[in-house]
Design a protein around this ligand. Structure first.
Ligand code: SF4
Length: 376
């Protein structure tokens, strides 16, 4: 049962050629031999999920990782066929696939196009060769340029690249150069994330022992401020803290996730949100997934569901849609949180809009975590 009749799909491909120094995503390097059994298991899960959910209509699909472009073209074609066979993909279904710019082949792009993929997302991160090395990325900017050109030749007219701010050694000037290099690619979408140093990663160790230091907070803020200004000037609309798109090119799958629309996740480590109140988590380990270990199922309480709506909704520049909140949770936003929004509104961190949204102001976006603490 889905909420509001909408459902997105997420498909996780957990393989990577090697592990980047900052990465704590569920991905494994050096397990390429498992790709064939993994695709077998994944297509079985896709069939089972489609049947279990009653072959529902689906309007967004996101194939992420890991590195989906590490699958053989034939393997990716099988995954896409299985999705089409077991779910009713709408005519305008947005189908995104992540890819590594250093390993994107014409055959792989042909398989994506034939399978209906219409949005490509490339992990570029930086145009600076030194920073790419520090991050453990094994591609350079010339490969990003070639990957974009190749994707265009294969008909992809909706392309995103991920870029990263706040890398050790990154100055505002280096970030500006990266942003200009990205703008020169004339893409439809840019994701500009702040680096999060995740515990247990090689990068975190180097920061902990003082071998690397993060840019000062003011420098990072200056990078972000420049991003907002420069991308607006170039015609991109910011629709989420880190995401910018040309008009009409915002990623529908991500917006649905931030609005807590149901999604079914398939593959190792994939999560689902079903019926608005049930979180299903597949085993993160590839071997466990292949051995058929069942997912963990968690029922979310009313307060947790409402907090998720606020936490995710406030990431978006539009904010929390209060009418949608009431439909989803059976009580008004005012009833649930009216007593605690006053202080953030008074401080100029948040505001109610005439269109019925509660959103953070620019200043509020800078201190989002502090505002969210009130809601907790
Ligand atoms: S390519 Fe992505 S998923 Fe793979 S190791 Fe690097 S950051 Fe992690």
């Amino acid at each position: 049962m889905t909420v509001g009749g909408q459902l997105g799909l997420y498909v996780h491909i957990p393989f990577c050629a090697h592990k980047c120094s900052y990465c704590d995503f569920p991905s494994r390097a050096g397990q390429m031999a498992l790709r064939a059994p993994y695709v077998d298991a994944l297509t079985v899960e896709i069939a089972a999920r489609g049947q279990q959910l009653g072959n529902p209509a689906v309007d967004t699909v996101y194939i992420g990782g890991g590195t989906p472009s590490l699958l053989q073209p034939e393997q990716m074609a099988r995954v896409l066929e299985a999705l089409r066979a077991h779910f009713r993909l709408t005519a305008d279904c947005e189908i995104s696939c992540e890819a590594n710019p250093g390993m994107l082949s014409p055959r792989f792009l042909t398989a994506l196009g034939a399978g209906g993929v219409n949005r490509l997302s490339l992990g570029a991160q930086s145009a600076d060769a030194g920073l790419l090395t520090l991050l453990g990325r094994r591609h350079d900017w010339a490969q990003v340029q070639r990957a974009v050109a190749l994707a265009r030749q294969h008909g992809f007219d909706n392309i995103n690249i991920d870029l990263m701010m706040g890398i050790p050694g990154q100055t505002e000037a280096i970030w500006r150069d990266t942003l200009e290099a990205a703008l020169a690619l004339h893409l439809e979408h840019l994701s500009c994330y702040g680096l999060i140093v995740e515990e247990g990663t090689p990068l975190a160790e180097r920061v902990a022992v003082g071998e690397l230091s993060l840019p000062p907070e003011e420098a990072e803020r200056a990078m972000y401020d420049h991003t907002l200004h420069r991308l607006a000037q170039a015609g991109y609309i910011q629709y989420e803290v880190s995401n910018f798109a040309l008009p009409g090119r915002a990623c529908r799958h991500n917006i649905n996730c931030w609005q807590r629309v149901d999604y079914a996740g398939m593959g190792a480590a994939a999560h689902s949100l079903l019926g608005g109140d049930t979180r299903v988590s597949n085993p993160p380990d590839i071997a466990d997934y292949l051995s058929g270990r069942p997912p963990q199922v968690q029922r979310l309480g009313a307060e947790e569901r409402m907090f998720e709506s606020v936490m995710l909704g406030l990431r978006m520049t539009a904010g929390v849609d209060m009418a949608a909140f009431e439909r989803m949770h059976g009580q008004s936003f005012e009833q649930a949180y009216g007593s605690i929004t006053a202080s953030s509104v008074e401080q100029g961190l948040a505001e109610y809009t005439p269109e019925g949204f509660f959103r953070l102001t620019r200043r509020g976006m800078d201190v989002m975590n502090a505002v969210l603490l009130d809601f907790l």
